[in-house]
Design a binder for this molecule. Structure first.
Ligand code: 0A1
Ligand code: ZN
Length: 827
């Protein structure tokens, strides 16, 4: 049985660590790590974390000590004063398939220490509130040897690094490999000259330009918007092929999943480019929000992650279209976080208990954590937010902090009492807000109620019947169970646009007619709500198609066509409006409305919806699929135009059997159009030749081949059967997390396929989770989340999913990671 770790049990560490000096003698099977830790006085009992380490020597102040480690670390009796502890251990990076600690990827050495990987490298107080400066010496035949901080000395076969900024062990990093750099320089606002390097395998150096450009823009933006400058003489990024997550913010040495660094127009879609920009920014921004100010314990993870996601979202909004970015972020939030909050894995933004912390790098901590900061900013205003952040950096630089510290900064900077607001951090679940309206004698009253007791900022604007805005956006503060807000002096009954910009992460229930939503889709001056009116209309239409077998309403088709064919609107916005609600989203909505979702009916209805839309837009599709003018560029304008073109191509393929998509595929000179056309062909059942051509063209490119695996499963009629065939493919390297996710992420994203009534989807995923768990528990645990929607479905499907979870729980040698996840989902 795993032990539960609780926030309530927090106690500070017994000792301070004044300095750490490490030497690595790298060898694949037997790496020697010598660690010299200078401890301050702290009593005679010392407990260090350590896992899977072969202890070779131990010295205290130079004198040999004998000690026997247990399964999780080392307990020692130490002098009751300051002292130096030296350990020598042996580890085997070549056999490390969990990709945590020191491991090998594509012949190079690299590390991943967040959250608790450092204890797989050496004995240490592996907790974020122990911060220390590090000196690292690396000895290896590898030509490039990197660690955190500034380079201090090097010679043939060795290099030394010095990190002057005290840091927790989870930010430690080391890389050694045969690498080449794409280099540049940056001068900070403080006049510091910084060498920037993106290290990749030889041959990949021509794919780093966009990541480098994103890095320089991030550095400038953080100076201009947050007043934060970089603080070392070098900033290194390394791309690795085997990585459990997106990237890692190690101090001065960010390590990236190569798919979030490497990009050429021929290999990466516009979405890939946008994600690279966002992740480069995210990791860079961590230098202040995460590294200079870190977390006291892992329960405070949202302190760094929520804030850093919020900052990267602001950055992307500034670099691209703020309106489009907001819509995309809310789409992700609803798809991932609302789903999580509605199921057995729901937890507060700041959890208060866990078995395995790696299971809490979740949509709730990251995305809802960012929403909570957005609400805080909306409530106090932009100017006060700026002052509060200045105070945060000034007061807490160099510290390991809590959410209480964070909120106190806002209270001190604004004089506001945030006791009630703090519930956003401690309560799980998506609040429901109900809006009712009344109109009498020129006064419009909006009554808001909630099912909890939170502070909820509800941004509202009013439009007159001609679509003119008669009241600009105002933020109403809902603090009670039920509150009424009056708007006087209106000439005619207005149409209310409620929760503008998605001002709070809630489920809004506002009884309103389809006509009213069509009106808002045509006229709302708030772009988010304009889009959301269309979305809620589409969801209602689709739900009625599923439940009652209705045909898609002419009202919806006309209202949508109006927007999609309006050449005066941003193409990116039109493309988003054209996107149909996802099948999983409809399943969740039906379940919440008390209807058991039938995956096959949902799938068929959504197809019929697309067919009807294609028919309605028939005359306009020719223009919409015209090539995007100008030389290729990754900017938001061109990306939006391509997105609209690809959406239209998907619809056109329903009318012409894929003829136009084949032409686009054959002529494509960029991956957005290649993938867009291939998807359209696969949907039209005409993708066999294109799929083969794609595979032949890209078989030597790992990152692109992930798309090849994903697309055929995503668009398959029988996804489990296609998946079962693809796992036999020689390029299915299941120990590579990207490839595993490309295949099994696609299987669980194919809603009708995963939920096939024969149970084949559930069975196949469970088989492979059990297999992966033995090699890589972290990724296995993350991928198991596919089962978290179990309770939505009919009794047969529920029983089959429950049986698979049970089978997982009974697997011999199951990891703590997967056991916690499967246990929570099995209930
Ligand atoms: N802190 C990183 C994400 C990350 C988290 C955990 C990891 O291993 C368990 C790796 C990376 C970020 O937010 O980008
Ligand atoms: Zn992060």
């Amino acid at each position: 049985m795993s032990e539960t770790v609780r926030l309530a049990d927090y106690t500070p560490f017994s000792h301070s660590v004044e300095h750490v000096a490490m030497t690595f003698r790298l060898a694949p099977e037997a790496t020697r790590v010598t660690t010299r830790i200078r401890f301050g006085a702290g009593g005679t009992a010392l407990r260090l974390d350590g896992e899977g380490l072969r202890l070779l020597a131990l010295r205290i102040d130079g004198a040999a000590v004998s000690a026997e480690p247990d399964a999780t670390g080392l307990s020692l009796t130490v002098p009751d004063r300051a002292f130096v502890l030296e350990t020598e251990v042996e580890i085997a990076p070549a056999g490390n398939t969990a990709l945590e600690g020191l491991y090998m990827s594509g012949g190079m050495y690299c590390t991943q220490c967040e959250a608790e990987g450092f204890r797989k490298i050496t004995f240490y107080p592996d907790r974020p509130d122990v911060m220390a400066p590090f000196h690292v010496r690396i000895e290896s035949e590898m030509p490039v040897l990197l660690s955190n901080g500034n380079p201090s000395a090097q010679g043939p076969g060795w290099a030394e690094w010095d990190d002057p900024w005290p840091k927790p062990s989870y930010l430690f990093a080391l890389v050694a490999g045969d690498l080449v750099a794409h280099s540049d320089r940056f001068t900070t606002m403080e006049g510091r000259d910084v060498a920037l390097n993106i290290w990749v395998r030889p041959g990949d150096e021509d794919r780093c330009a966009y990541a480098m450009d994103s890095l320089k823009r991030s550095m400038r933006w953080d100076e201009e918007v947050y007043g934060r400058a970089y603080d070392l003489s070098v900033f290194n990024i390394v791309a690795v092929d085997d990585f459990n997550m997106g990237a890692m913010e190690n101090k001065g040495l960010n390590i990236f999943n190569s798919k979030y660094v490497l990009a050429l127009p021929q290999t990466a879609t516009d979405e890939d480019f946008a994600r690279i920009e966002a992740i480069i920014a995210h990791e860079y921004f961590h230098n202040w929000t995460g590294n200079r100010i870190t977390c006291r314990d892992w329960f405070q993870l949202c302190l760094k992650e929520g804030l850093t996601v919020f900052r990267d979202q602001q950055f992307s909004a500034d670099m691209r279209s703020a309106a489009v970015k907001r819509i995309e972020d809310v789409l992700t939030l609803r798809a991932r976080q609302f789903r999580e909050d509605a199921g057995p894995l729901a937890h507060p933004v700041r959890p208060d208990a866990y078995e395995e912390i790696n299971n809490f790098y979740t949509a709730t901590v990251y995305e809802k954590g960012a929403e909570v900061i957005g609400m805080l900013k909306r409530l106090v205003g932009d100017e006060a937010y700026g002052r509060a952040l200045d105070l945060y950096f000034e007061r807490h630089d160099g510290q390991a902090c809590t959410i209480e510290d964070w909120l106190r900064v806002f209270e001190d900077a604004t004089g506001r009492d945030l006791t009630q607001f703090a519930r956003w951090y401690t309560e799980a679940g998506t609040p429901r807000v109900t809006a009712e309206e009344s109109w009498e004698g020129g006064t419009f009253t909006l009554t808001l109620s909630q099912d909890g007791a939170k502070v909820i900022p509800v941004a509202v604007g009013l439009l007159d019947p001609s679509g003119q805005e008669v009241r600009p956006t105002e933020v109403l503060e809902l603090t009670e169970a039920r509150q009424s807000f009056r708007f006087d002096g209106l000439a005619a009954r207005p149409v209310a646009s409620v929760l503008r910009g998605f001002s709070a992460p809630v489920l809004l229930e506002k009884p309103s007619s389809a006509e009213e939503r069509a009106f808002l889709l045509a006229h709302d001056t708030d772009p988010f709500n304009r889009w959301d009116a269309g979305r809620s209309l589409a969801k209602e239409v689709l739900s009625q198609m599923v439940v009652r077998g209705d045909a898609p309403s002419a009202l919806w088709l006309d209202a949508l066509a109006e927007v999609v064919l309006d050449g005066g609107l941003d193409p990116a916005f039109r493309a988003l409006t054209l996107r149909l609600p996802a099948e999983d989203d409809i399943a969740r909505t039906l379940h919440e409305a008390g209807v058991t979702p039938d995956p096959d009916r949902i799938h068929a209805a959504r197809r019929a919806m697309g067919d009807a839309l294609a028919e309605r837009l028939r005359d306009g599709l020719g223009d919409l699929v015209a090539p995007v003018p100008g030389p290729w560029s990754p900017d938001a304008g061109q990306a939006g135009a391509r997105a609209l073109r690809m959406q239209a191509l998907g619809l056109l393929s329903r009318l012409d059997g894929g003829a136009e998509a084949q032409r686009v595929f054959d002529a494509a000179d960029n991956m957005t159009e290649e993938v867009g056309a291939l998807s359209a062909l696969l949907d039209a059942g005409a993708g066999v030749a294109a799929l083969r051509a794609f595979g032949d063209r890209w078989q030597h490119d790992r990152i692109v081949m992930d798309k090849w695996f994903t697309l055929q499963i995503l668009h398959a009629g029988d996804a489990p059967a296609v998946t079962a065939a693809l796992v036999e493919h020689p390029l299915f390297d299941w120990k590579n997390p990207n490839r595993f996710r490309a295949v099994f992420g696609a299987l669980s994203a194919n809603h009708a396929g995963f939920h096939r009534i024969d149970g084949s989807g559930y069975r196949l995923l469970a088989d492979w989770l059990i297999r992966l768990d033995a090699a890589n528990p972290q990724t296995a645990a993350r991928m198991s989340q596919a089962f978290d929607s179990m309770s939505r479905y009919d009794a047969d499907r529920q029983a089959m999913m429950a049986a698979e979870l049970e089978r997982i729980l009974n697997a011999p040698g199951l990891s703590r990671d997967l056991s916690e996840m499967a246990g929570r989902m099995a209930g």
